[in-house]
Design a protein around this ligand. Structure first.
Ligand code: UDP
Ligand code: MG
Length: 319
């Protein structure tokens, strides 16, 4: 049985050695499995690629794919899945926030308990700025209300999956990738493991608040069309309000006469309606923009250097 651990790395030169050491411990515990560590260098600006090359020279279990620039973690995950050819594939961060020591337990859940994938979820957000936790929690609450896909609060991207699950994920070649949603969308039997949040071993987080905010919008647009319905609903509401106002004005005119006042209120109403129209155009626009990016069918990542053959390429040469 072969297990490929996909590790997206962006400026992780400080963490990689710790990660590799930790993985070696796990590999020693799981002797009966053929391991492969597949580092995806996501256009790092530091010495990450050099460190990976060095590891690959010492250990033939270490493979890597290096991008031509930074394409983001989602692209790195997709590349990892495309290049992994094992029976099982794990996705894990390089900073040891996804403890490799959970792998044996995850492995047993798939091979003995018959699950298709094992996902992890952190039960707390210890060591994280409170404001970030607040927004994260509310994002998940909102997401689950407006989308039919299950998205679990605190879910990490740390997962072990069997071949069928990986193939299903690869079927979804969309450009705007929101893995947390994709994992839920494909279905299958997933077991959830919980663990306490671990702080990163070295280096710094690559996610600023703003980056996370944009990512959450991406998630909403990718997995829900509710904002469009809200726009339509607002339109109906405004029409109803306008109709009621017209009736009110006519009745008042008939009963009391003389209605040449109300200039300030008119300005307020015009501004209010203008605002709502712009908001709705904005909502529409964000879906259109995603569609635009999607139809261009640009590659999700560009590989500049690798020491591994891609799955499809192997298949092509077989035919
Ligand atoms: N990462 C990546 N590309 C990016 C940003 C991050 O491949 O553009 C990797 C990063 O190297 C790490 C993982 O994604 O292995 C998670 O990133 P990080 O630890 O910074 O996120 P956090 O754990 O703080 O959410
Ligand atoms: Mg991290």
């Amino acid at each position: 049985m072969k297990l490929t651990a996909v590790v997206p790395c962006y400026n992780e030169e400080a963490a990689l050695h710790y990660f590799y050491q930790e993985m070696q411990k796990v590999m020693q515990d799981m002797q009966d499995i053929e391991f492969e560590i597949l580092f995806i260098n996501d256009g790092s600006k530091d010495k990450t690629l050099e460190v990976i090359r060095e590891l690959a020279k010492q250990d033939e279990k270490v493979k890597y794919v290096s991008f031509s620039r930074n394409f983001g973690k989602e692209a790195a995950i997709y590349a990892g899945l495309q290049y992994s050819d094992g029976d099982l594939t794990a996705i894990m961060d390089a900073d040891l926030q996804d403890p490799p020591s959970l792998l044996p337990q995850m492995y047993r859940a798939i091979t003995e308990e018959g699950y298709d994938s094992v996902a992890t979820r952190r039960v707390n957000r210890k060591g994280e700025p409170p404001i970030r936790s607040f927004f994260a929690r509310n994002f998940y609450r909102l997401m689950n209300r407006i989308s039919r896909t299950d998205i679990v609060d605190g879910a990490r991207d740390y997962r072990l999956m069997n071949r069928a699950f990986v193939d299903a994920l690869l079927e979804m070649g969309e450009y705007n990738r929101f893995s947390k949603g994709l994992f839920g969308w494909v279905g299958f039997e997933t077991k959830w493991l919980e663990y306490e949040n671990v702080e990163r071993v070295a280096g710094e987080t690559k996610w600023s608040f703003w980056k996370l905010f944009l990512y959450s919008i991406e998630g909403i647009v990718a997995f829900s069309t509710m904002p469009l319905s809200i726009a339509a609903f607002l339109g109906v509401l405004m029409c109803a309000a306008a109709a009621a106002s017209i009736v009110f004005i006519i009745v008042r005119q008939l009963l009391y006469g003389g209605s040449a006042f109300g200039w300030p209120s008119l300005v307020c109403i015009v501004m209010f309606l203008g605002g709502i129209q712009l908001l709705c155009i904005g909502i529409l626009g964000s879906y259109l923009a995603k569609t635009y990016l999607e139809v261009k069918k640009r590659p999700i990542y560009i590989c500049k250097e690798t020491n591994k053959t891609k799955m499809e390429k192997i298949n092509e040469t077989n035919h």
